[in-house]
Write a protein that binds this ligand. Structure first.
Ligand SMILES: [Zn+2]
Ligand SMILES: [Zn+2]
Length: 191
């Protein structure tokens, strides 16, 4: 059995049984505990399982899309522009960029507690509600269009705008514009 098949089987068992002991897994597969640990580490790295003393359990969020894919457009998440969406149930979703964050927010508004963006210049985290967004700037980030670039400080956004153009908006206004662009048929690559 290939490691990938064992890992799939492990997830199946965990879904049925909740938790498993390393010794039991090793006996079921007829492989060494070393091998089991290697599989488990792989699954733990992708946050599908959590390690417990002497065993493993299913990670609570394992039913969500893989942690490194945008939950709106399913593109791989580049951490420079990524936005996290926190639901009222404390689940965390990753979005590739603010564009997808706005659209995802619109899809599940009632469930959203807050959105966490990264300031484009300083990479500090900022809540979307208090950030400003530069829309339609002439700088292609190679993510989704139309772009919305988050800034924690209006001053920084304005200086950036001097060089790259675009429109500075608050969260509410940016959402309105992005939804409007979507109606016109935006170039977002949602699959
Ligand atoms: Zn996306
Ligand atoms: Zn994107």
């Amino acid at each position: 059995m290939l490691p990938i098949n064992r890992q799939q089987k492990l997830i199946e068992w965990l879904k049925e049984e909740g938790a498993l002991r390393i010794a039991d897994i090793s006996a079921r597969f007829g492989v060494s505990e070393m091998t089991v640990y290697r599989d488990v580490n792989q699954l733990a790295k992708t946050k599908q399982v959590i390690k417990t003393s002497g065993g493993i359990a299913l990670a609570e969020n394992s039913s969500l899309p893989a942690a490194n894919l945008c939950s709106y457009c399913l593109k791989p998440v580049n951490h420079t522009y990524s936005v996290q969406l926190i639901t009222v149930g404390q689940e965390v979703e990753q979005l590739c960029c603010a564009h997808c964050a706005f659209l995802r927010y619109e899809d599940k508004k009632e469930e959203v507690s807050h959105l966490i963006c990264k300031d484009f210049l300083l990479q500090t985290t900022v809540s979307a509600a208090s950030a400003v967004f530069l829309l339609h700037a002439e700088l292609d980030l190679h993510c989704c269009q139309p772009q919305a670039i988050p800034f924690a400080s209006l001053d920084h956004a304005e200086r950036f705008q001097k060089g790259f153009g675009g429109t500075i908006c608050t969260f509410g206004k940016a959402l309105e514009i992005i939804l409007n662009d979507r109606q016109k048929g935006c170039a977002c690559t949602k699959t």
